[in-house]
Design a protein around this ligand. Sequence first.
Ligand code: RNT
Ligand code: ZN
Length: 413
Amino acid sequence: MNYQEAKKLYEKHGINVDQVLEDLAKVKISLHCWQGDDVRGFLNRDQELTGGISVTGNYPGAARTPEELRQDMDKAFSMIPGKHKVNLHAIYADTNETVSWDKLEPKHYSKWVDWAKANGLGLDFNPTCFSHPNSDDGFTLSHPDPEIRKFWIEHCKASRKIGAYFGEQLGQTCVTNVWIPDGYKDVPVDRLAPRQRLKASLDEIFTEELNPAHNLDAVESKVFGIGSEAYVVGSHEFYMGYAVQKQKLLCLDAGHFHPTEVISNKLSSVSMFAPGILLHVSRPIRWDSDHVVIMDDELMDIARELVRHNLFDMTHIGLDFFDASINRVAAWVIGARNTIKAILRAMLEPVELLKQVELEKDYTSRLALVEEFKSYPFGAIWDHYCEKMGVPVRENWLTEVKTYEKEVLLKRN
Ligand code: RNT
Ligand code: ZN
């Protein structure tokens, strides 16, 4: 089916396809830089990845320098429709200086800002509270030692300032997201004290008011990590409470809940009480495995929630996965294209009609229509959108990735 025919089918249900494509072009995805080099960063390249997260695979071609990482992201963006953002971690500082992580400054990231400006990109930020000797025993902001705690508090304060600098320089709000790995491998006796320390640390980090047009703070929970199987200090309840009380953005990572618990079912509730939401769109397989995002039911349900309740103004959409077993540029392209495609699919559903039949208790029609719409020709609209936005249509991008692999990536090893 061609675009015009597909468009007509949707228009029969009152869906304005031109408007949908205009709205879709405004949706920004924050592309996580850490997919490009297996979460290594540049500050301390010899340090192994810690924090209870893990990257598997040894596909050739990982970026080794900031220049290579930016080159790879440029390539990925040339295959993703729309203007987006890049999500940096503190370990991705672009500097020759040896600088302690509690002393990081905006200047250490100025080359990222130059690049973002030149490419019309926004930037988001994350303090890196792992892969460092001061996090070796599994605790950072909730550490019992005030000296260690202080180090991480200063690192997070520095990170917020870097975020504000991004926002101010780029004229686009930066979301600075705090995630820490703190927790116990085995059943703790005192579950309260670490949480009290974490709260006190966060309070100190957030003391300085920053212009919300430049920087917004987010906090990210988790249910368990490798080495923190029994207890995670920053649990969902902890951060849900914190975000509501302190009016911070709540980050929902799709891999951070029990296997049958989904973040799509949390968005409506969180939207009522938190001032904003940060999404880490990811794909857990059996655990928080951070697989590349595919077009599965949960991705569709996340997209549907955003569309049906029009949560786009309050929700910042970021990706969070790391797969080193496939071409890393392809991983970005697949995950980002799927996320955008899922949002398009959700925008092409007859939301008003569906809400109406539900209200009328016509659950037969609800089920029938939702199921029929699953095979409506969104692919034809998607192809048209890609073409209009000047990016490869369908799997044509794969040829470009293969060429890039041969000409650039394979020469790195
Ligand atoms: C870890 C969290 C966190 C990290 C990144 C690298 O479980 O999901 O968001 O993936 O900060
Ligand atoms: Zn995450």
